[in-house]
Design a protein around this ligand. Structure first.
Ligand SMILES: [Zn+2]
Ligand SMILES: [Zn+2]
Length: 143
């Protein structure tokens, strides 16, 4: 009785990793300790492009704020963006390719915070109501 020797189980089942064998400094932007910030204020196409760069290790994080092509202020804080957040919002354009878009990817952190708080409020109201209803039911049973 001998065990049959087949091919290795996980042959070729792993995805190709561009950074394989390359030592990644985890404290560098994009490393484990400094995750890259969300891509916001761009159209879907530009987001995909930046995403692609990140995934294939071609992404160059921004080192200092860049000049906005609309207002001229050094206000651009995201890599590959040409327009600052305020201008892209005011004009309704993509921060990267400057085309007018209805939907920009991602939102301001402040907007997200507001939404989160509103959701939390709704949720806590709901929980309170549930408790109240069950209390009422228990009282009714006791009477
Ligand atoms: Zn601007
Ligand atoms: Zn764009």
């Amino acid at each position: 009785m001998s065990k049959r020797q087949g091919p290795p189980k996980h042959q070729n089942s792993f995805a190709w990793k561009p950074n394989l064998g390359q030592k990644i400094n985890e404290t560098e932007p994009g490393g484990r300790f400094r995750p890259l910030s969300a891509i916001t204020g761009v159209c879907q196409r530009c987001k995909d492009q930046i995403d692609w760069k990140r995934r294939y290790g071609k992404y160059k994080p921004i080192v200092e704020p860049a000049k906005c092509q609309k207002c001229g202020k050094r206000n651009v804080r995201q890599a590959y963006h040409n327009v600052c957040t305020a201008c892209s919002k005011d004009l309704g354009i993509c921060s990267k390719c400057c085309t007018h878009v209805k939907e920009l990817v991602g939102r301001d952190a402040s907007e997200e915070e507001k939404e989160r708080k509103a959701l939390e409020e709704v949720w806590s109201c709901y929980v309170l109501k549930e408790i109240f209803v069950s209390l009422q039911r228990n009282l009714f049973l006791l009477c």
